[in-house]
Write a protein of this length. Sequence first.
Length: 303
Amino acid sequence: MTEDTSSPTPLTLLGTGAMGTALARAWLAAGHPVTVWNRTPARAEPLAAEGAAVAGSAAAAVAANKLVIACLLDDASVGEVLAGAELSGRDLVDLTTGTPGQGRARAAWATERGARFLDAGVMAVPPMVGDPASGAYVLYSGSSGLFEEHRDTLAVPAGVRYVGPDPGFAALHDVALLSAMDGMFAGITHAFALIRGEDIAPREFAPLLVSWLTAMAPAALDTADRLAGGDYTKDVVSGLAMQVAANATLLRTAEEQGVSTELLTPFMGLMERRLAAGHGAEDTTGVIELLLTGDAQGLSDKP
């Protein structure tokens, strides 16, 4: 079942912060009737001028439409805001940033109250919302029926990617991607620290850095292939033994440049541990095993 795209679906949006406002404007621009609510009413007033209906309470906003979208501060805020609302028969989509465990718990909470539920992870910042060329997308997990029925509406502000019926998967994908981004930012930070104070213009260095990181990014595909196949030595070009030996040059260069190595040494330490365990022919895929707790290790061993 899908929506009748000839008549834009009305929806309720709870939360009109920077992201909520961007989402609301995208839906309004596409002709969707939008009811909004915000804990601080003044923050919803600009949207009223653009055609949104402003509800006096969260419960009234929920009552206005079947499709209810929450974009609030945190998971606790979702529970507080919806505590007095009648959710039976509603389709609740939670765009609030949270953890996989919170997504699963919120799904059970919504189901107990008679609502279908989708959790979401927004892979965008507000300026990217509503711009098809920005590459923005939102990860969804939970009720497949809800997703299919409202796919066209959900796709208005940003691309949509359904990652499975487990309500925790959207948050898990979101945090995994953000964690990789943080690691990249750490590398960028260290790289610029190395050239700081030298006669190297950051603006001239930056394109080299971007092109190098872009060239290296497909290594994630090789890691996935090795994890799936279980052979961490498959098609390895730079083995762990070689990489650990090369780390000495990275550390020595940082010392010469007067740069702290604190962004590098945690990962290097893991590489050394894996090498010491006799895995010099692998690449860094095996380091993943060192990051898993006992429970996670057990799960990873399952076919």
